[in-house]
Design a protein around this ligand. Structure first.
Ligand code: ADP
Ligand code: ZN
Length: 585
């Protein structure tokens, strides 16, 4: 479909080029300005070859050597005859040229119109012929199952429910349960989102429709929307099924209101068609729409509302254990030599996605086949390793990755340790150094949700926890080596602190005033006061956090090392590490 668009653009460019050169050719040449007397002199000396006559104030002509001139129009009767008698060619082309030019414009417009009609017809054809295209014929008898996916245990568990729903929609209908219409899988490329969607179809034993969001982004208003309706019509005809929309962001990007943001009729119509189709099917139809995107936060909120894509499942980059399982899975059909240590390969491939691991093994198989010695050896995998990561950087990427890993490990360990030290009732569900869709490292904490009020001490603790990542970096690597990794933490800390001072009257110095009210009533000075106040407050909290980590440096190091080794720690792992060091709380 993209080709049609490119052909269309190319055609417009050609037409513009033709039109431009036509106008350019018809333009009279650039002329030297002559006084009328000099003109007469030139005529008398026989230097003038041609004069263009018209009835404007200026006439033009050419010398015998081809140069052009212009001079005042004498508007004299018999002027033409006078010139003709001197063997000068007289041309009334300007008049003619105007006619030619109009003709040219008409011609250009004509070409343009015909081109438009042609392309519109082709676009229509593409639309009409869509049903016959590969795109819209579902894949049946899917062999992919959950066994084809290694790791991603949590995501699989969430999807299990969906499979049950596709298989037994009536059961859910009987209980009045409204099940998710749409699920969004989000996470970095190559982590197996497509695979996951396909496995759902495979597990449920239903057809699988796969499209891409970019297939629906069209030049012509309404084409994308028509395609959506077509897709859902086909899906309904096939009964129960899974519809997979890859790159949903192509059609459902947030309207950013930027220069070209604003309104985009085609995209809005396509999006609306999708939403209305989704709310159009019955609860017991057994049709599920699964969409994939790399980033959830760029999607239009309209897509994420209840009854639409209201279930969001993160698909993460694999940690070292999952990488091992993916490697094992993809080497099942490959003759690995005895000396191949997949665990070691898993450790060397931090930040690799499932797709990259697969291509690593494939590359190794190709190298092995070339030397044809019967097995894939460790050295083949080592060579493949450089092929797979090459191109990106010439430098030894593993050392760069190692530095990043150490920084992330200490940063995340800082968050986790401070949480355990000051708010042991808070659960740290997971600490990881594998980047997530949300940010560089990964640290998730469950604050007990059933609190109606937040105490001052809770808010201060949250700030200390947020600052602990930066504090750990500073203590371990030195003030010169602090990183940009703390950006989100600082944003969070600042907004909590600002609320405490501005809205909740929690700081003695700023008192029980609501600073928004003051500001609204013209006390403009308060802005600067608040900034000074919260800065001093933040400095205090940071100093306390630094001291806390300094006093527990050995625990911090232990957690960081454990993270470097295992890449992610759950609650029990974390407790075990802390216990083993007998942290001084
Ligand atoms: P995405 O849709 O997230 O970009 P894909 O589903 O297209 O990723 O993954 C591409 C390929 O990478 C898959 O076909 C599979 O071979 C491999 N792969 C990715 N993740 C996994 C995984 N968790 N387990 C097994 N194979 C995986
Ligand atoms: Zn952080």
């Amino acid at each position: 479909m993209r080709r049609i668009r490119m052909v269309y653009v190319a055609a417009i460019l050609v037409i513009i080029a033709i039109a431009a050169s036509a106008t350019f050719l018809m333009k009279p040449p650039q002329a030297e300005k002559l006084s009328y007397n000099d003109f007469i002199k030139a005529v008398d000396e026989g230097k003038v070859e041609k004069v263009y006559l018209n009835d404007s104030d200026v006439i033009t002509g050419t010398y015998t050597d081809g140069r052009a001139f212009s001079t005042d129009n004498p508007r004299k009767e018999g002027f033409k005859e006078e010139l003709l008698k001197k063997d000068i060619v007289v041309d009334e082309r300007i008049k003619q040229m105007q006619i030619e030019q109009t003709g040219g414009i008409i011609l250009t417009l004509g070409i343009f119109g015909v081109a438009l009609l042609l392309f519109q017809k082709r676009a229509k054809q593409a639309q009409g012929g869509f049903g016959k295209s590969v795109l819209l014929s579902p894949e049946e008898n899917i062999k992919v199952t959950f066994d084809s996916i290694a790791g991603n245990a949590e995501a699989k568990e969430s999807m299990q429910e969906l499979i049950d729903f596709i298989k037994y929609p009536d059961k859910y209908a009987r209980y009045g349960a409204r099940l998710p219409r749409g699920v969004i899988l989000y996470g970095p490329p190559g982590t197996g989102k497509t695979l996951m969607a396909k496995a759902v179809a495979g597990e449920a034993g239903v057809p699988f429709f796969a499209v891409s969001g970019s297939d629906f982004v069209q030049v012509y208003v309404g084409v994308g929307a028509a395609r959506i309706r077509d897709l859902f019509k086909k899906a309904r005809e096939s009964g129960k099924c899974v519809i997979f929309i890859d790159e949903i962001d192509a059609m459902g990007k947030k309207r950013d209101g930027g220069p070209e943001g604003g309104s985009n009729d085609e995209r809005d119509q396509t999006l609306n068609a999708l939403l209305s189709e989704m709310s159009g099917f019955n609860d017991n139809e057994g049709i599920v729409v699964i969409a994939a995107t790399n980033r959830l936060d760029t999607l239009d909120e309209a897509l994420l509302r209840p009854g639409r894509f209201d279930r969001h499942i993160e698909i993460e980059l694999p940690d070292v254990n999952s990488r091992l399982r993916i490697l094992e899975l993809h080497s099942r059909n490959k003759p690995l030599d005895k000396d191949v240590d997949l665990r070691k390969v898993a450790r060397q491939t931090a930040y690799f996605s499932g797709a990259k691991l697969e291509s690593l093994l494939n590359e190794a198989a190709i190298i092995a086949a070339r030397s044809d010695c019967g097995h894939i050896r460790m050295e083949d995998i080592d060579k493949a390793f450089y092929t797979v990561i090459a191109g990106a950087e010439k430098k030894d990427r593993s050392t760069i990755a190692q530095r990043d890993r150490e920084i992330t490990a200490h940063h995340e360990a800082g968050h986790a340790l401070v949480t355990k030290l000051i708010a042991p009732e808070n659960r740290v569900t997971k600490v990881t150094i594998i980047p997530s869709a949300r940010g560089a490292g990964g640290f998730s904490m469950n604050i007990p949700p059933d609190r109606m009020y937040h105490r001052k001490v809770d808010m201060e603790n949250s700030i200390k926890i947020a600052l602990a990542g930066r504090a750990a970096e500073e203590l371990v690597f030195g003030p010169e080596n602090i990183t940009t990794g703390a950006a989100n933490d600082l944003e969070r800390a600042t907004s909590i602190l600002l609320d405490m001072v501005r809205r909740f009257g929690m700081k003695e110095k700023s008192g029980l005033l609501n600073y928004d009210v003051l500001y609204r009533n013209g006390f403009a000075q308060v802005q600067a006061d608040v900034v000074n106040d919260i800065k001093a407050y933040m400095d205090d909290l940071y100093a306390i956090t630094l001291d806390m980590l300094k006093a527990n440096m050995h625990v911090l190091k232990r957690i960081a090392n454990s993270l470097l080794e295992k890449e992610s720690l759950d609650e029990n792992d974390l407790e075990a590490v802390i216990l083993s060091t007998k942290a001084a709380v």
